[in-house]
Every structure is written in structure tokens, then in C-alpha cells.
Write a protein that binds this ligand. Structure first.
Ligand code: IMP
Ligand code: MG
Length: 194
């Protein structure tokens, strides 16, 4: 097959300022929608940690935070079957819960999480996702608070990882060649580190 050597190894880039501006807007939306209430933000470990930390600092409400950690079964996590590795630390019955995700891809993971959390009878349950790779969606997901729609590229940074690395990048970077990322990440990511 023919190759296109001129193609940049990097696709989408979201710079720290862009991310910060959008996170502020999402926080303002949540502050307005939950006025007079005390929502519980549930972060899905580990990818959502940076996003949640920035988001929660700008929500002007009596907000609480908890975390859930999961692992996906099946090839590349594509089965949609999820195992809870670390559960929430308390009951969510009667709570206004906002599930905070880094990225919604096929939608299988968040669908499973929503079903699991809904069964515990929160008063309300909404999704806040920084990134939406909507072209890859297999199952429809109601995303109440969405940061950015992104193309079908593998992204790292701002909490998102490739093989547990690159979560600490301050930008979000779409990488077209994952092999390069594994072997020589500096050649791709150097402009975005530090
Ligand atoms: P889903 O079940 O296909 O929606 O998968 C969602 C999960 O896959 C996310 O929470 C991420 O952990 C991971 N994921 C999906 N796309 C990416 C990506 O581009 N970069 C890093 N992780 C991703
Ligand atoms: Mg994740």
C-alpha cells in the first residue's frame, strides 16, 4: 500500500489554554444547573483525575468528590464488560451524581458504569466528559456536559495515557502512529512536554 510520508505524526492538539477555557465553561454550566444542591462528582480513575481536579476547583457549590476504578475485559476493552477494581467509598442513594470521564469512545464503558450507578438509586445521574470521540460510538450515550468533540485519533495527555504513560502532558495530543509513541515518544511529543 502507498504511504504518505508527509503526513504529520500529530493530529489534533488541544493546548493548555484551550482546555482551561472549556473546563471553566463546563464548571459554570454545572454550577448553574445544580444551584442549591450538592452534587457528587464521581471520577473514573485514572484518566479523569486531571480534568476532575481542574473542574472541581471552579465549581462554586458545596460539591463532593469520589472515585471509581474499573478494568475492561475482552479484546482492547471492547466487550463492554467492566470489573470494578475500586468502588465508591459511600452510598449514592438520593445523591445528584455527575460521572466525570476523560473520554467517551465506543460508549461501552460509560454505559456499563451508568447502569451500575443507576441501580444504586441516585436522585439524578449525568455524564460529564472532556472528550467525545463520537465517530466511534457503538452505543448511544447521553453526555450532559461535553468538553470537545474530537476526530478518530488516539489522544494522550491531560490525564489520558498510552500504556500508562504521557498522562502528565499539559496539552492533549492526537497521535497518528502509535508505534512511534511506544519506541520514540520524544520525536512526536517533545513540543508538548514541560
Ligand atoms: P469506551 O468504552 O470505548 O468508550 O472506552 C473509553 C475508555 O477507553 C476511556 O475511558 C479511556 O480510558 C480509553 N480510551 C479511549 N480512547 C482513548 C484515547 O484516544 N486515548 C486514551 N485512552 C482512550
Ligand atoms: Mg478512562
Amino acid at each position: 500500500m502507498s504511504e504518505s510520508p508527509a503526513q504529520s505524526p500529530v493530529g489534533l492538539v488541544l493546548l493548555p489554554d484551550q482546555i482551561a477555557r472549556r473546563v471553566s465553561e463546563l464548571a459554570a454550566d454545572i454550577t448553574r444547573d445544580y444551584a442549591g444542591r450538592s452534587p457528587l462528582l464521581v471520577g473514573v480513575l485514572k484518566g479523569s483525575v486531571l480534568f476532575l481536579a481542574d473542574l472541581v476547583r471552579q465549581i462554586d457549590l458545596d460539591v463532593r468528590v469520589d472515585f471509581i476504578s474499573i478494568s475492561s475485559y475482552g479484546e482492547g476493552g471492547r466487550s463492554g464488560v467492566v470489573r470494578i477494581l475500586k468502588d465508591l467509598s459511600s452510598s449514592i442513594e438520593g445523591d445528584d451524581v455527575v460521572l466525570v470521564e476523560d473520554i467517551i469512545d465506543t460508549g461501552l464503558t460509560v454505559t456499563y458504569l451508568l447502569a451500575t450507578l443507576r441501580a444504586r438509586q441516585p436522585r439524578s445521574l449525568e455524564v460529564c466528559a472532556l472528550l467525545d470521540k463520537s465517530v466511534r460510538r457503538i452505543i448511544e450515550v447521553p453526555i450532559r456536559y461535553k468538553g470537545f468533540d474530537i476526530p478518530d485519533e488516539f489522544v494522550v495527555g491531560y490525564g489520558l495515557d498510552y500504556q500508562s504513560r504521557f498522562r502528565n502532558l499539559r496539552s492533549i495530543v492526537g497521535v497518528r502512529d502509535l508505534e512511534v509513541l511506544a519506541v520514540d515518544p520524544d520525536s512526536v511529543l517533545a513540543p508538548y512536554t514541560g
